[in-house]
Design a protein around this ligand. Structure first.
Ligand SMILES: [Zn+2]
Length: 439
């Protein structure tokens, strides 16, 4: 651990002069994906002894006292490296003598995590979507493995021969021993929020100010009556020994700011709950958060689209746009009106020789992006039928371009065929307001 910290920071945290120096050195460093790979590999190569049982891919980070530990969980989804920065912070605090109690660092899905970093090393410049399959990992035959955050309800009693069930049992064993869990995720889009927490007081001083509420209920709303899988947090939440439990989304998977967000939140969480005397910089002591009340998912058919849709239509996520100058940065294709119907044209071709008048740009709405009531968010080609919101919201888990996500139908891939609009998710809309927590 000492060696790892030296390699990454070129600094010996054991010789840190004071708290200000610790903060300056730790947070001045922009953690790269190769840095985080080293952290992941270090934990994957470690194990934790628990009642005579060996838990692989888990590392004890020593605090001054050995009260029941706090677990920091990273890479429950393999392609979500930001949580490793939270673990690295705990390591540095331990080295500097600033960690009060023990922490166990755990890699949620070591198989997927290892595959993810191998894929990254192999093609470091390929966009993050090409690594989406490593959310869960791939089998030897290239099939998508089960999601480590979808645990069968009978995971403790079923025959456990597969990686998925065995790891669920190991994480559960850690949960039985812990006082608290910090579960750090990242997202396909720009999503920085607290997804769940057990007690309001855990969020004191949180640098992340967006708080999802009713997420579990919103997801359950369309689940079948016989629930066969649970998330890890649902399994751990009722345990009486778990005093603290928080889950966060630290931003877009490979955004350079995501590790910083994860480490900043981890510091606030550790300080608030007595794990370190080191106070975060710029601690926000307000109990007012931006609340995102999550509603059950809506499909494309839940949008307002009139009666002009035709059988051959394909529905694209889009926004109104009439000129090249106003095409959003992230768009490379526009929808133009040609002889009374609509066609797609690349922006480059349109600039060179337009096929007609530009009316829309193909546009991927981002996570938590505010969308107004009546806003056109999708357009059918060739009929030009518009899909408009019935009320304003900010969406999460938005429908994603099928061109980027070809393996996971759960993303709600667009374009959507006319006869599928009632089946494909558009998003989980959130109503945004202020929530006051009870500190
Ligand atoms: Zn995740």
């Amino acid at each position: 651990m000492t060696q790892l910290l030296r390699e990454i920071f070129n600094h010996d945290f054991a010789k840190t002069a004071d708290n200000a120096e610790f903060l300056a050195i730790f947070f001045a460093k922009t953690l790269t994906l190769p840095d985080l790979r080293k952290v992941s590999a270090h934990i994957c190569a470690s194990s934790y002894q628990l009642d005579g049982k060996t838990i692989p891919a888990a590392l004890l980070i020593k605090g001054k006292t050995s009260q029941p530990p706090l677990v920091i969980l990273a890479q429950l989804h393999g392609n979500e490296p930001a949580g490793l920065a939270g673990i690295l912070l705990a390591m540095a605090l331990s080295e500097a003598g600033l960690l009060q109690n023990d922490i166990i660092a755990a890699i949620g899905n070591p198989l997927a995590a290892t595959q993810y970093f191998e894929a990254l090393a192999h093609s470091p410049h390929a966009r993050q979507e090409t690594r989406d399959a490593f959310r869960c990992g791939l089998s030897d035959s290239g099939a998508l493995l089960p999601d480590m955050n979808r645990i069968p309800v009978d995971f403790l009693t079923r025959p456990a021969t597969d990686h998925h069930t065995l790891r669920a049992r190991e994480l559960y064993a850690l949960g039985l021993r812990a006082q608290g869990i910090l579960d750090i995720h990242s997202a396909r889009g720009n999503m920085l929020c607290i997804t769940d927490h057990k007690h309001d007081a855990e969020l004191k001083a949180s640098p992340i100010r967006a708080l999802l509420t009713h997420l579990a209920e919103a997801i359950a709303a369309h689940a079948s009556a016989t629930v066969s899988v649970q998330t890890l947090k649902t399994i751990l939440h009722p345990l009486p020994n778990i005093k603290y439990q928080v889950g966060i989304e630290a931003g877009r998977h490979e955004d350079p700011a995501a590790p910083y967000n994860a480490a900043s939140f981890t510091l606030a969480f550790l300080h608030t709950n007595g794990w370190t005397p080191l106070a975060p910089r710029n601690a926000n002591d307000s109990n007012r958060f931006d609340g995102y009340e999550v509603k059950p998912r809506i499909t494309y058919a839940d949008l307002d689209y009139g009666d002009t849709l035709t059988a051959q239509d394909m529905v694209y996520m889009a926004r109104p746009c009439q000129s090249v100058a106003s095409v959003p940065n992230r768009s490379d294709t526009v929808i133009v009106k040609q002889d009374g119907h609509y066609v797609l044209q690349s922006l480059a071709d349109f600039t060179h020789k337009p096929l007609g008048a530009m009316e829309y740009a193909i546009y991927q709405y981002d996570e938590m992006e505010p969308i107004e009531s009546g806003q056109t968010v999708a357009v059918a080609v060739p009929s030009g039928t518009t899909f408009r919101t019935r009320s304003g919201f900010s969406g999460i888990f938005l429908s994603k371009s099928a061109a980027l996500y070809d393996k996971d139908p759960a993303v709600g891939p667009w374009p959507v065929a006319a006869d599928k609009i009632g089946n494909v998710k558009f998003c989980y809309p959130c109503l945004v307001g202020t929530v006051q927590l009870d500190f």
